[in-house]
Design a protein around this ligand. Structure first.
Ligand SMILES: *[C@@H]1O[C@H](CO)[C@@H](O)[C@H](O)[C@H]1NC(C)=O
Ligand SMILES: *[C@@H]1O[C@H](CO)[C@@H](O)[C@H](O)[C@H]1NC(C)=O
Ligand SMILES: *[C@@H]1O[C@H](CO)[C@@H](O)[C@H](O)[C@H]1NC(C)=O
Ligand SMILES: *[C@@H]1O[C@H](CO)[C@@H](O)[C@H](O)[C@H]1NC(C)=O
Ligand SMILES: *[C@@H]1O[C@H](CO)[C@@H](O)[C@H](O)[C@H]1NC(C)=O
Ligand SMILES: *[C@@H]1O[C@H](CO)[C@@H](O)[C@H](O)[C@H]1NC(C)=O
Ligand SMILES: *[C@@H]1O[C@H](CO)[C@@H](O)[C@H](O)[C@H]1NC(C)=O
Ligand SMILES: *[C@@H]1O[C@H](CO)[C@@H](O)[C@H](O)[C@H]1NC(C)=O
Length: 801
């Protein structure tokens, strides 16, 4: 069995692809949609497995059995909006599963019938039938629920074949209607009856009266009557007693005031519970609409009086008054005294409504889209059962007066004041709202921040959408019960906190002027479950990062994320979704930025320092400094008197063990070149017969400078010779610049005997010149040394030599 079904489905799919000269729109392999395909015939290529076939909006004028014979699974067939003129039900004889057949909007005037046993929905409305196309065979269609018909006349016997069927809905399209035999409809057995009368003809009121005694639910479109009120046909009392309708809807009603009153009174004393009248125009001539108080026509009928009180809900929508000069006060009095639960008078230019003069049974009042003002229901204490009050699209101006209006409505839970002209300047005067008020709609008014001083204390749901609020003032009266707050389309610059709203769960701040929402929102509002903050002009900068992180941490509490959250500024990021906007943490964290900058600087300094040390920059600097100092001193203190006795540029003292360096490096380098340097050397220039110290002193005294070649050898073996000299002759004070120390090798401090204070002091002050190991540095060393000893010796001394 399953195997066979599979093969069947495969065959279906196969034929579907094979036979497609005219292509139906394929959504599902069981639906073939040829709607609006300019077909003049039923296509031959319809897939055999089709269950739903839409051939509507074509130009098909005839049907034949061969076109449908293979469609054994067909359940739904839509042939509406074609040009079929003759219908023979036998073309569907092989479509045993056909349940839904729509032949509306054709040119059918003739039908030949056949029982289609499984049919549930048959629509023959908007055709060219004169008499109702109900044949005997319809009586065997026991599954029929919906029957759509059209005719220009209805006779008593027309429904006889289907009077035993339990129908759900009968739709009668009665265009160009000429004849109705009274009580024809009443044999029908249907829950809903829908009559679309001709738009341009006088309505036949028997249809209304009979319809009301036929179905529970009656809807009539196009009730017009232009003949005199005097010719208006009153209902027969017999029929009125059989009224079944509980819900009556009249659409497009255009009647004289007196006729409306008549119909209204009929309905008022009928079992109708819900009356809805849409597109109601009432016009003159005006029989002075005294009151609804009855007599006029039915007052004698006591049975009807006993039905008083059936009406529960009256809706009048889109009402236009073409009667001038009539006392509206009476009308308002009638409406306000009505003993019903629900009253809607919408879009009726109604400027006022009276306060009921006794405890009213109104629970729901909907006066939307009228011309009501602040004077409505002031000091009105009779609306004690009123729960819902809808006053949107009126002309209310003062929020305070609105609050006073509600103050005595003890049961009021819902108030819709949207789309008015409400203002509140908060000039000290207190507001006074109904304590029961739980839901308040103040959207689309002209309210500013001061509105928060005038709100009902127990409100749970509040809409202030589309006002002029720029800030939710802190320190406003607490609204402890507020769970839902709508502040969309205002002028807020930031998310409000929840200071006064401890129970807040839903907040809407869409379409405000929030550039960078503060990120501490959920700390301030821990109970908020949903924040709707999209469609704001977000400024995508560092401050916004916190908000984006808020989204990640909030766990889906941001409604509309990510599509509704888009950067507006800066220009370059406009249109970028916030979820795609990233800045590095460094760009936004000042501390991190500072620390990083500091680290980088330190690193740079270290690098430079190590480079300096590696290239021995300090040494060059020191040498250059010494050189310039020497030059400067030479410039400032030209050698004066002692020049006379000077014979040498410099005296050189060194250890015997360093003599190799002195002879190979120092002397050749100093004596080389111009300005020949005269050196006093104890080997060369010593006077025999004098002690070493005397010789040394002699040499020192005749020299402009004294050069000591310091090395561990020198310190240990030679220094002692000079200690004495230094002790006796304080010739070389510390400031003296005649002493030049060359440090040939580093002298570890422990090598300097403790008693050599002078040497230690000199070493500590680093007033020596280091002999550089690197060859490249030596040129500067020599230049420096030569500069230190350069002086013009007196000619005489030169002559002495
Ligand atoms: C067929 O397509 C039309 C629009 O092309 C659509 O209105 C109609 O619902 C479709 N019919 C079915 C059965 O889906
Ligand atoms: C034709 O009728 C079918 C069944 O109700 C419906 O789905 C389809 O939308 C109709 N086609 C058009 C164009 O209204
Ligand atoms: C179908 O009816 C329309 C409008 O009633 C009419 O214009 C048209 O000529 C008719 N077509 C046929 C084929 O009868
Ligand atoms: C209305 O019906 C009458 C006959 O009852 C006919 O003469 C007339 O042409 C029809 N009018 C229209 C617009 O169909
Ligand atoms: C009722 O009035 C509305 C608004 O004017 C209009 O759009 C609608 O078509 C009317 N309905 C009927 C049945 O005339
Ligand atoms: C009155 O209106 C309210 C609110 O729309 C609704 O819940 C209630 O069912 C209505 N009552 C009647 C009798 O229509
Ligand atoms: C209320 O108004 C009606 C109609 O104007 C009047 O008949 C009735 O006496 C008034 N009732 C009270 C309590 O004022
Ligand atoms: C008030 O009445 C209008 C018109 O009938 C309707 O559109 C609207 O939905 C009603 N409002 C409420 C809240 O029931």
């Amino acid at each position: 069995m399953i195997y066979l079904t599979n093969i069947y489905v495969l065959t279906c799919a196969f034929t579907f692809t094979l036979w497609n000269s005219i292509q139906p729109t394929v959504e599902d392999e069981f639906i073939a949609n040829y709607s609006s395909s300019l077909l003049t015939n039923v296509p031959k290529t319809i897939p055999v497995c089709t269950e739903v076939l839409d051939l509507s909006h074509n130009r098909i004028s005839g049907l034949s059995i061969s076109e449908f014979i293979h469609l054994s699974d067909l359940q739904v067939l839509n042939l509406s909006h074609n040009l079929i003129t003759v219908l023979d039900f036998s073309v569907f004889i092989f479509n045993e599963n056909l349940e839904y057949l729509d032949l509306s909007h054709n040119n059918i005037s003739k039908v030949s019938c056949l029982t289609l046993a499984s049919l549930r929905h048959l629509d023959l409305s908007f055709n060219k039938f004169t008499a109702l196309p109900i044949c005997q065979e319809f009586g065997n269609m026991f599954h029929l629920e919906y029957l759509g018909l059209s005719a220009t006349m209805i006779r008593t016997s027309d429904f006889r074949y289907i009077k035993h069927l339990q129908l759900h809905t009968v739709f009668l399209n009665l265009g160009n209607f000429s004849l109705y035999e009274p009580q024809s409809l009443t044999v029908l057995n249907t829950r809903n009856l829908h009559i679309a009368f001709a738009a341009n003809q006088n309505f036949i009121f028997s249809l209304l009266y009979d319809g009301m005694s036929t179905s529970e639910n009656l809807k009539i479109v196009n009730l017009r009557y232009t003949l005199s009120y005097k010719d208006f046909p009153s209902p027969s009392l017999m029929l009125l007693k059989k009224i079944k309708t509980t819900t009556l809807t009249l659409d497009a009603v255009d009647l004289q005031w007196a006729i409306i009153l008549q119909i209204f009174m009929l309905i008022w004393y009928s079992p109708v519970e819900h009356l809805t009248v849409r597109n109601l125009t009432f016009r003159g001539p005006l029989e002075e609409p005294t009151e609804f108080a009855f007599p006029p026509l039915l007052s004698s009928v006591e049975q009807l009086i006993s039905l008083d009180g059936s009406m529960k809900a009256l809706t009048l929508e889109h009402v236009r008054n073409k009667v001038y000069y009539f006392n509206q006060e009476i009308l308002y009095r009638q409406f306000s005294e009505m003993n019903i639960a629900n009253l809607t008078i919408a879009d009726a230019y109604m400027p006022h409504m009276l306060c009921p003069n006794r405890t009213s049974s109104f629970q729901y009042l909907n006066f939307s889209q009228n011309a009501l003002t602040d004077e409505l229901f002031q000091n009105c204490g009779t609306l004690v059962d009123l729960k819902l009050l809808i006053l949107q699209k009126n002309k209310f101006e003062s929020l305070r007066k609105v609050s006073f209006m509600t103050s005595r409505m003890k049961s009021l839970t819902y108030l819709d004041m949207s789309n008015n002209l409400l203002r509140h300047d908060g000039a000290g005067v207190q507001c006074q709202w109904a304590e029961s008020l739980a839901e308040l709609d103040l959207s689309s008014n002209q309210l500013v921040d001061a509105v928060f001083e005038c709100l009902p204390a127990n409100v749970q749901k509040l809409s202030l959408r589309n006002n002029h609020i720029s800030n939710v003032p802190s320190g406003v009266t607490e609204l402890k019960s507020l769970e839902e707050l709508n502040l969309a389309s205002n002028r807020l610059a930031d998310l409000p906190g929840c200071g006064g709203f401890t129970s807040l769960q839903f907040l809407n701040v869409e379409m405000n002027s929030i550039l960078t929402p503060s990120a501490d929102f959920f700390q301030s509002c821990p109970r908020v479950r949903e924040l709707q903050a999209g469609h704001n002009p977000f400024q995508c900068s560092c401050e916004l990062q916190a908000f984006i992180q808020l989204e990640r941490r909030s766990g889906g509490k941001l409604f509309g994320w990510p599509a509704a959250y888009v950067c507006e500024y800066p220009e370059g990021l406009r249109g970028t979704e916030l979820k795609d906007f990233h800045l590095s943490p460094l760009a936004c964290n000042t501390t991190l930025l500072l620390v990083t900058a500091l680290l980088l600087t330190l690193l740079l300094v270290a690098a430079v320092a190590s480079l300096c040390i590696y290239l021995d920059v300090p040494w060059y600097v020191r040498m250059t400094w010494q050189w310039t100092q020497t030059k400067r001193r030479a410039w400032h203190n030209p050698p004066a008197d002692q020049e006379a006795i000077l014979q040498f540029h410099a005296f050189i003292s060194y250890s015997e063990r360093d003599s190799l360096w002195v002879k190979n490096e120092l002397i050749p380098n100093l004596e080389r070149g111009e300005g020949s340097v005269q050196l006093c050397q104890h080997e060369r220039n010593f006077i025999p017969g004098k002690s070493i110290v005397e010789n040394i002193i002699n040499c020192i005294e005749k020299s402009y400078r004294s050069i000591f070649v310091l090395s561990p050898n020198f310190v240990q073996s030679e220094w002692c010779h000079y200690e004495l000299y230094f002790a006796h002759h304080k010739l070389f004070s510390e400031n003296s610049n005649s002493l030049i120390l060359i440090l040939l090798e580093p002298i570890p401090p422990y090598l300097i005997p403790a008693r050599y204070h002078k040497l230690k002091a000199l070493m500590a002050k680093r007033t020596y010149m280091e002999w550089p190991k690197e060859r490249s540095k030596r040129a500067l060393f020599w230049a420096n040394l030569r500069a230190a000893i350069s002086i013009n010796l007196p000619i005489s001394s030169e002559a002495n030599e």
